[in-house]
Design a protein around this ligand. Structure first.
Ligand code: HDE
Length: 756
């Protein structure tokens, strides 16, 4: 019962992923003849943006909407110019004294070109350097109106947003699929000014007090002597810190779970982590935790897949997000809040709401949906938007306030401060991507990279010379009207509240909430990471921490490391599991899933064409794989091969369909050098790349279907025809019918623990 837009989206994904142009047989697709690209001879204006790419909103440097004024775009006019707008007639040759003579210093164009190039890079973010961003829209359900007066949460209000996803530890060019926390930062350009929700895909943090942030990051970053390993937590300094500073155990456990290796940014949850305070129109306050719930469900990679993807496609997540949006398969998240009464003790059911190493299980406080986020537009320039976007936890709108979480307090300082170095000065709010969409009328002046030409003579208050302008908002519309929260009489101390000393009850809660296969993954992850450590004292200390989480977890990891399992030093805590934390056992829409149709020279092209169409109709993405590039079948409706045995790797596919028929007198999928359209030589050996593709997909617990000929391939790959999640059918329709429910569960969980 998929609607037409999803089908159209899937068609476009297939198209975007293909190497050979638009999918054949799709109504409205242009003819399969590639259009000839003509070399332009006449001067013409800059290329128009792609349909899903717009330039930043038309606003003045300080955010004032400019109405009809043209957008401040970098390129205009048909001719190449210098930065001063002077037309150029040559950009390929330096000015020299004769063709073989010395280059002349007076060549301004040469100097300007090289000078600018030399300064193209800005410092990368000290954390979260690697990321991908997209534009979208947030629509409020109105269900939060009773707890907050924030205008963008009023029923039906639509607010433009920009979201940046990221990893934490790696450099800007590092791989997407490493085991790490993911950032999930959202900028809401509301009519009341910018609200930034700078969250992560893991609901807890390593530390309870911001003063520890440099410590945990120094421990996680590469070793200072050789700057290795890149984008990894699997090294001594990280586990040294985590094992000594046991409040980090909870976050580290989430990292070691499947949450540390998401399948896609589109299938990640997001969390505000801290408790925030909402204020409604009556001035009443509520404590909340923010959640993002992906419409496609929460899905992860398996570790071997993540490692392979890190090599064969380091841009795995960035590409996935971009392709999906470009094709019209717009990812969506429901925004939700867990609501707690704002009591003086700031706890809920005994859980300290000011401790960012703790969650409140959804079973105790359900997540109430308050709006829908849709990402529908890619960036048109990565640097201008994704690199220059500057989030800040202190960018708050009326109706949303902070709490006294000491981790949040440090962030309120840090995010402004870091931009001074990264974006070189205090005027980063004037960079197009950071400009509010609400009018800006501040009294901030001058500074590096000032873009605005301010008028008036009195940037101070009170003034009479500028007529007293600008004026104050009324107390009912203004921001930063702090809630007059009663503070307990206190003396200055450097200490944490007693509840912050509980480091093990919640890791244990998480562990007990996992399904058996998720526990296996966690055990394997710790065994891998600690196995990569060199110092035995670090491993032994971390095993002692694991003993306090769960004795079986500790014993299994110790066994893998070949070390004795220590006893717990703290009595096991009696906690109730939270089933909502497990990713296994639920069914989700299979929209956008990528299905590899593996063919060879003997495959029936009509069958493949029909199957492709059925996959598209179901809102999924077919990719045709063959031993070599080219076409399947002949004539106008020949099918373009999109991946070859050389370019395909199992990690790209959510499921495989082996669509072959045995060649007369030979095996299907025959010899390595068979070509599309040619029968395979009798008895030829199966291509090892095909066997790798199939056996990896099986090992990664992906559904595999096939018809005639598939059995031989499965057998050669060592897969029993009756294995779980293997569908042997009599054709494409039956194969897809068999695959669909398997895809809804994301993986064939029954294949574990034999699978990796
Ligand atoms: Fe951040 N963090 N952080 N952080 N953080 C930054 O800001 C910091 C923390 C998060 O896509 C920096 O502009 C401190 C928690 C995200 O641009 C910096 C502390 C959470 C992003 C900074 C924390 C986050 C950042 C680096 C401890 C989840 C990427 C560049 C008190 C709730 C935003 C920048 C983007 C980025 C500091 C802890 C999330 C240095 C001091 C907890 C998603 O300001």
């Amino acid at each position: 019962s998929h609607s037409h837009p999803i089908k159209a989206a899937a068609e476009k994904v297939a198209d975007a992923l293909g190497v050979g142009g638009p999918p054949e047989g799709v109504p409205g697709a242009p003819s399969s003849e590639p259009a000839t690209v003509e070399e332009p001879t006449e001067p013409r204006g800059p290329l128009p943006p792609k349909p899903d790419q717009g330039t930043p909103e038309t606003v003045s440097p300080t955010g004032q909407p400019t109405g009809a004024e043209p957008t401040r775009k970098a390129q205009s006019g048909p001719y190449l110019t210098t930065a001063q707008g002077t037309r150029l007639h040559d950009t390929d040759h330096s000015l020299k004294a004769g063709p073989r003579g010395p280059v002349l210093l007076q060549d301004h164009h040469l100097r300007e070109k090289i000078m600018h190039f030399d300064h193209e890079r800005i410092p990368e973010r000290v954390v979260h350097a690697r990321g991908a961003g997209a534009h979208g829209v947030f629509r409020a359900y109105g269900t939060a109106e009773n707890v907050t007066r924030a205008a963008f949460l009023r029923k039906g209000t639509e607010t433009p947003v920009f979201v940046r996803f990221s990893t934490v530890l790696g450099s800007r060019g590092s791989a997407d699929t490493v085991r790490d926390t993911r950032g999930f930062a959202t900028k809401f350009y509301t009519e009341e000014g910018v609200f930034d929700l700078v969250g992560n895909n893991i609901p807890v943090f390593f530390i309870q007090d911001a003063i520890k942030f440099p410590d945990v990051i120094h421990a996680g970053k590469p070793h200072p002597d050789r700057e290795i390993p890149q984008a990894q937590s699997a090294h001594d300094t990280f586990w040294d810190f985590v094992s000594l500073h046991t409040e980090a155990q909870h976050h580290a456990l989430w990292n070691m779970s499947d949450r540390g290796i998401p399948r896609s940014y589109r299938t990640m949850e997001g969390f505000g982590v801290h408790t925030f305070r909402l204020v409604n129109a009556e001035g009443e306050t509520t404590l909340v935790k923010f959640h993002w719930k992906p419409k496609l469900g929460v899905h992860s990679l398996v570790w071997e897949e993540a490692q392979i993807a890190g090599g064969v496609d380091p841009d795995f997540h960035r590409r996935d997000l971009f392709d999906a949006i470009e094709s019209g398969a717009h990812p969506q998240w429901e925004f939700g809040i867990q609501v707690f009464p704002d009591t003086p003790d700031q706890t809920f059911e005994g859980i300290d709401l000011l401790d960012s190493t703790k969650i409140v299980p959804e079973e105790l406080a359900p997540v109430q949906p308050i709006g829908l986020l849709t990402l529908d537009r890619n960036t048109s320039n990565f640097f201008a938007e994704t690199e220059q976007v500057a989030f800040h936890t202190g960018h708050l709108v009326p109706g949303i306030d902070v709490t006294d979480d000491p981790l949040l307090a440090g962030r309120l300082f840090s995010y402004l401060d870091t931009q001074i170095t990264r974006l070189a000065g205090p005027n980063f709010n004037q960079i197009p991507i950071n400009r509010p969409h609400a009018p800006v009328n501040d009294m901030l002046r001058d500074g590096f990279h000032q873009q605005a030409v301010h008028t008036g003579v009195a940037p101070y208050k009170p003034n009479s010379l500028d007529g007293g302008c600008p004026f104050f908002a009324g107390a009912d519309t203004g921001a930063y009207i702090e809630v007059p929260v009663e503070l307990p009489a206190a003396r200055k101390v450097r200490e944490a509240p007693a509840s912050y000393a509980d480091h093990y009850s919640q890791p244990r809660l998480f562990w007990l909430s996992m399904s058996p296969v998720e526990r296996e993954h966690i055990i394997a992850a710790y065994t891998f990471e600690l196995g990569r450590c060199w110092d035995n004292a670090v491993k032994e200390r971390q095993l002692r921490a694991l003993a306090n989480i769960d004795s079986e977890l500790c014993a299994r990891v110790a066994e893998g490391l070949g070390l004795p399992a220590p006893e717990a030093t703290e009595p096991p805590v009696d906690v109730q599991p939270s089933p909502a934390l497990s990713q296994v056992g639920r069914e989700w829409p299979s929209d956008g899933r990528i299905i590899g149709i593996v063919t060879d020279g003997t495959t029936d092209a009509d069958g493949v064409r029909a199957l492709r169409q059925e996959i598209l109709t179901a809102g999924m993405v077919p990719l045709v794989v063959a031993p070599a590039g080219g076409k399947l079948g002949t004539g106008a409706d020949a099918i373009t091969v999109q991946r070859t045995f050389a370019t395909a790797r199992s990690v790209e596919f959510d499921a495989l369909v082996l669509a072959g028929v045995p060649a007369p007198g030979g095996d299907a999928y025959g010899a390595r050098d068979s070509k599309a359209g040619e029968a395979n030589p009798a008895g030829a050996a199966l291509d090892p790349r095909l066997l790798l593709l199939v056996s990896e997909a099986f090992r990664h617990a992906k559904a595999i279907a096939g018809w005639a000929g598939a059995e031989a391939v499965l057998e050669a790959a060592g897969i029993a025809p009756g294995a779980p999640g293997v569908v042997l059918a009599d054709g494409g329709t039956a194969a897809l019918t068999g695959l669909t429910p398997l895809l809804a569960r994301h993986r064939v969980w029954d294949r574990f623990p034999a699978a990796v």
